[in-house]
Design a binder for this molecule. Structure first.
Ligand SMILES: NC(=O)c1ccc[n+]([C@@H]2O[C@H](COP(=O)([O-])OP(=O)(O)OC[C@H]3O[C@@H](n4cnc5c(N)ncnc54)[C@H](OP(=O)(O)O)[C@@H]3O)[C@@H](O)[C@H]2O)c1
Length: 221
């Protein structure tokens, strides 16, 4: 699969590396210092990693990963241009500057509305970049969950396949309006900031679908 990356820092860089390891192709974009993108592309291998503008990454990618600081989202989206029909995976969390969701609105709903026409999916946002980098190599029941939300079932299914390729267990929490449980900040009753494995994920999904509290956070050895 061809994947455009807008913001190839800690999380976007991880995603690019994991996608390449799984045999996909990436185009990296959006840096205040483009030589950093060249260096990362060289490290990842010039046969499957390239560098372009955000608009070029959008044109290149069957999937586009948006992974910039919250305050840089407006600039990134402006540079990305038309996202109509494009599957966009949003890894962002609402920290720092920039317009924010109103009370009771999820960051996912807020961001989806900022990307008219995009087939919006949120994922990769609940675990630290270091943890994600380390955990992506795990196998069998030790694999960690990457939660997904979004309102386009087909887009979520495609992204779920990509997440699996990257070395995680994709778990769909539902639509953008119901996914507060996977959003910042870290707090009791949410999955944000917590490790989950497949065995404990279904009970969370069931609780979210039922509008109930999720079970206590699991602990793993
Ligand atoms: N770090 C984590 O543990 C973590 C975990 C889950 C989710 N997230 C979320 O994922 C998103 C990306 O986080 P990250 O930690 O990967 O961020 P990061 O390491 O700072 O990467 C952000 C990327 O955006 C690029 N960028 C381009 N223009 C920018 C501008 N005007 N201002 C700032 N950056 C600009 C940066 O490139 P240059 O620096 O080369 O300009 C950098 O490659 C954030 O929304 C964050 O909340 C982070």
């Amino acid at each position: 699969m061809k994947i455009g990356v807008i913001g190839a820092g800690r999380i976007g860089g991880n995603c690019a590396r994991q996608a390449i390891n799984a045999g996909h192709e990436v185009m990296l974009s959006f840096s205040r210092d483009p030589s950093k993108l060249d260096a990362l592309a060289a490290e990842l291998g010039s046969d499957r990693a390239s560098v372009g503008s955000p608009a070029e990454a959008v044109a290149f990618g069957e999937v586009v990963i948006l992974s910039v600081p919250w305050g840089a989202i407006p600039e990134a989206l402006l540079a990305a241009g038309d996202l109509d029909g494009k599957i966009v995976v949003d890894t962002t969390n609402q920290f720092g500057s920039g317009p924010k969701p109103r009370a009771g609105e999820t960051a996912a709903s807020f961001n989806a509305a900022r990307m008219p026409g995009a087939r919006y999916v949120k994922s990769f946002n609940t675990l630290t970049s270091r943890f994600q980098a380390d955990a992506a190599g795990r196998s069998a029941e030790d694999r960690v969950v990457q939660w997904i939300c979004g309102d386009d079932e087909e887009a979520k299914a495609l992204v779920a396949g990509l997440i699996e390729d990257m070395g995680y267990v994709p778990v769909d929490l539902g639509g953008t309006e119901a996914c507060a449980v996977m959003e910042a900040p870290r707090r009791p009753g949410s999955v944000y900031g917590e490790e989950y494995r497949a065995t404990d994920a279904q009970a969370v999904v069931d609780a979210v679908r039922a509008g109930a509290e999720i079970p206590p956070t699991p602990a793993y050895r």
